[in-house]
Design a protein around this ligand. Structure first.
Ligand SMILES: *[C@@H]1O[C@H](CO)[C@@H](O)[C@H](O)[C@H]1NC(C)=O
Ligand SMILES: *[C@@H]1O[C@H](CO)[C@@H](O)[C@H](O)[C@H]1NC(C)=O
Ligand SMILES: *[C@@H]1O[C@H](CO)[C@@H](O)[C@H](O)[C@H]1NC(C)=O
Ligand SMILES: *[C@@H]1O[C@H](CO)[C@@H](O)[C@H](O)[C@H]1NC(C)=O
Ligand SMILES: *[C@@H]1O[C@H](CO)[C@@H](O)[C@H](O)[C@H]1NC(C)=O
Length: 482
């Protein structure tokens, strides 16, 4: 049974209990309120798809068009002509409404940059159908159009699309381009997503075609960060070398960039090689001589000895999140909610060449439903309320050295657990947890992960993909002594 909503107003029919619907429709600027009572037991006849198709045909064939859009590509004589309908344009965009009010005859002239002119048909089609197919290389142009014409739903959808497709494969890469665009339009949310992607996934970014196009400011700000996730400091140095040779920046930039490399984190055998074989280092040797000297001093004896004699306070002794095996280990946990798991792995005691042959064995323990002692005792007191397998508790991971040693004096080991996830079919970093030495706990570890759910965003094929990084920090070297 179909109950009419009133004349001239499209009728929707809903199944359901008696609902009172306030249906507000704008007709010629005046809001018209309509109350629609709905019957239970009604059947929906839904032809909205074919209605959308008919509207699309209206655009495709230009029937009953009352406005011609002349799209001029800026600084060319290219012109595209689209037969459109003022009703649809006005409905979707107040900018079009304004343009139509001031139009000259039936023609509205739009001036667009070449990249926007190339996707204007797609954009106008969206105004008619409400759906759009987007490719990685079209996201910015479409976002510009959506912003220019105030089509906010599309603009938001595109921002979300970009946030979710940062890791997608593209021949030239796009994360850096999107970062620059976000910065230019002042979209801090998108900018931060791009920055996080670049910092957490630097290895694939430096291998991508767009690495060379990274701006000086972005490069220098990335080089300052300790939370970068990459294979090794050497990888970063080589990426920097490639960037400098491609961009040939002024010497002050080369110097700032080279001084941001953490030479203490590069093993001495590689430093020797770079010193002799890297043209970049040879050319700029004077500007980093002090840092190289400091790095070799660091590698030659125990860092504690070094700290006794020298006041140093600089980042070259602070590790980033390196994925290479001397710094930590991957750990894949199948069906993580099943039970507690443990795992052992070894790392090098520290980055100093002096410590390179010393190994530390680590025990990692993962509990899917760990309850703090206090919570457990209340449970026991209450007797009947024993925790069940799914009740209470939260995921916890603890990573402790298997043995202790006098070598550990003066070192604190900062632990970072990287959780991988699959995004657009790719393995990317989903979350990073840092553990403070004093507590051995990150209270929020996997707190949003919902591991019970097979489709949890934190699981890949029902497994938890972790990578544990151990970062030895010599506080005496990082904080200068009084
Ligand atoms: C009608 O069908 C479309 C797509 O087939 C669907 O998105 C929409 O929700 C349906 N409308 C109603 C009122 O069921
Ligand atoms: C649109 O116009 C063409 C001719 O210009 C006509 O053949 C066609 O039937 C029209 N379509 C509709 C849906 O009115
Ligand atoms: C309107 O268009 C005509 C010819 O297309 C042109 O001569 C005239 O200057 C235009 N008027 C305005 C206000 O742009
Ligand atoms: C970074 O992303 C690429 C592709 O998006 C992926 O192959 C790689 O595993 C990621 N790296 C890390 C450290 O997650
Ligand atoms: C060490 O350097 C950092 C960064 O350059 C600075 O914030 C900090 O105050 C310095 N510490 C001391 C004790 O000089």
């Amino acid at each position: 049974m179909v109950r009419s909503c009133g004349q001239g107003i499209p009728a929707w029919v809903y199944v359901g209990t008696l609902l009172l619907f306030i249906h507000s429709v704008t007709v010629g600027g005046a809001a018209l309120k309509q109350e629609v009572a709905l019957d239970s037991g009604a059947t929906v006849l839904n032809h909205s798809m074919s209605l959308v198709q008919r509207i699309e045909t209206l655009l495709a064939l230009g029937n009953s068009s009352d406005v011609t859009l002349r799209v001029q590509t800026i600084s060319t004589d290219e012109v595209k002509v689209i037969q459109a309908h003022s009703l649809v344009l006005t409905l979707q965009s107040d900018v079009f409404e304004e343009l139509l009010l001031n139009r000259n005859g039936s023609v509205v002239v739009l001036r667009e940059t070449p990249d926007c002119a190339a996707v204007i048909d797609k954009f106008v089609r969206y105004l008619y159908c409400g759906d759009i197919s987007v490719r990685l290389d079209q996201a910015i142009s479409l976002h510009k159009l959506a912003s220019k014409y105030h089509v906010w739903g599309l603009q938001q959808g595109l921002t979300q699309y970009m946030t979710q497709h940062l890791s997608s494969d593209s021949p030239t890469g796009h994360a850096i381009g999107w970062y620059n665009y976000a910065l230019q339009i002042g979209d801090m949310g998108l900018r931060d997503s791009c920055l996080q992607y670049l910092s957490w996934n630097l290895s694939s970014v430096v291998q991508s075609g767009e690495w060379g196009s990274i701006s000086e400011d972005l490069l220098l700000s990335l080089l300052k960060r300790s939370d970068l996730i990459l294979q090794s400091e050497l990888e970063l140095f080589e990426a920097l070398e490639a960037w400098i040779s491609q961009n040939q920046p002024v010497s002050s930039t080369v110097e700032s960039a080279l001084r941001a490399v953490r030479y203490g984190m590069i093993p001495p055998q590689h430093l020797f090689r770079l010193q002799k074989q890297s043209l970049l280092l040879q050319k700029n040797y004077e500007s980093i001589r002090d840092l190289l000297y400091l790095a070799f001093q660091f590698h030659s004896a125990s860092p504690i000895q070094l700290a006794k004699y020298f006041d140093v306070n600089c980042s070259i002794f602070t590790p980033r999140n390196y994925l290479s095996t001397s710094w930590g280990s991957p750990w894949v946990i199948n069906n993580p909610t099943r039970d507690d798991r443990s795992f052992s792995f070894q790392t090098q005691l520290g980055p100093s060449g002096y410590d390179s042959s010393k190994r530390v064995t680590w025990n990692a323990l993962f509990s899917p439903r760990w309850l703090p002692l206090s919570a457990r005792s209340t449970y026991t007191e209450l007797g009947a309320m024993q925790p069940t397998r799914t009740d209470g508790g939260r995921p916890r991971i603890i990573v402790t050295p298997a043995t202790s040693s006098s070598d550990f004096a003066g070192v604190s080991f900062q632990k970072t657990v990287i959780v991988m996830a699959r995004q657009q079919g790719k393995v990317v970093v989903r979350h990073v947890y840092n553990f403070h030495q004093s507590t051995e706990e990150a209270g929020d570890f996997l707190v949003d992960a919902d591991l019970q759910r097979r489709a949890s965003e934190y699981l890949i094929d029902s497994s938890l993909y972790l990578h544990i990084v151990i970062k030895p920090l010599y506080h005496t070297l990082i904080v200068a002594r009084k």
